[in-house]
Design a protein around this ligand. Structure first.
Ligand code: GAR
Length: 195
């Protein structure tokens, strides 16, 4: 059984969907949910689902990403994951960290990559007048929001949309896409999931 660790920074709704899907389908075991913020609401949700949690506050490390990552790595390595899923994890990871999980780290990003890497994806889609928006699950490489695409889900942009209404429509699809990709990924199938 593949072991999956998940990194979060906030509410963790994608993490909840991943854990629920693994627990319901039994194709992988959620072995850790870790956050850079001890106040992340997702930690409590993970604990309620019976998943071990860890919190490493990034703030005392200031700009020293390597020192923060060294601490973050301790609970992750102890959990011995086969796959590491970023699910709303809002810290940029250094190439050194990423390379340790080459070929076994996934991320979900709220845009149709390669459009709009980085932040404020929904506002940028609206500002560009895009007719559709969506989300992408990709393998993580040292380049931010880059790497082989493993799945995408599209939604229409509706008249009168704000960044908030569009984000909510995309999030519904994130919750379907990420578990579908993870299921394939742990089975060794990297054919993109298209929703
Ligand atoms: C999700 O929309 C995810 O795509 C996004 O943060 C949200 C987390 O929500 N991730 C990024 O922007 C990564 N740069 P969640 O905590 O409820 O899963």
């Amino acid at each position: 059984m593949k072991r999956v660790a998940i990194l979060i920074s906030g509410g963790g709704s994608n993490m909840v969907r991943l854990v629920e899907d693994m627990q319901a389908q039994g194709y992988a075991a959620p072995v850790l949910v870790a956050s850079n913020d001890a106040a992340a609401a997702g930690l409590e949700k993970a604990a309620r689902m019976g998943v071990p949690t860890a919190a490493i506050d990034h703030r005392p490390f200031g700009k020293d990403r390597v020192a923060f990552e060294a601490e973050l790595l301790k609970p992750i390595l102890a959990a011995e994951p086969d796959v590491l899923c970023l699910a709303g994890f809002m810290r940029v990871l250094t190439p050194g960290f990423v390379e340790q999980f080459a070929g076994r780290m996934l991320n979900i990003h709220p845009s149709l990559l390669p459009k709009y890497p980085g932040l404020h994806t929904h506002q940028r889609a609206l500002d560009a007048g895009d007719a559709e928006a969506g989300c992408t699950v990709h393998e993580v490489t040292p380049v931010l929001d880059d790497g082989p695409i493993l799945g995408q889900a599209r939604v229409p942009v509706e008249p009168g949309d704000t960044a908030e209404t569009l984000a909510a429509r995309v999030l519904v699809m994130e919750h379907r896409l990420y578990p579908a990709v993870l299921r394939r990924y742990v089975a060794g199938d990297r054919t993109p999931v298209l929703l």
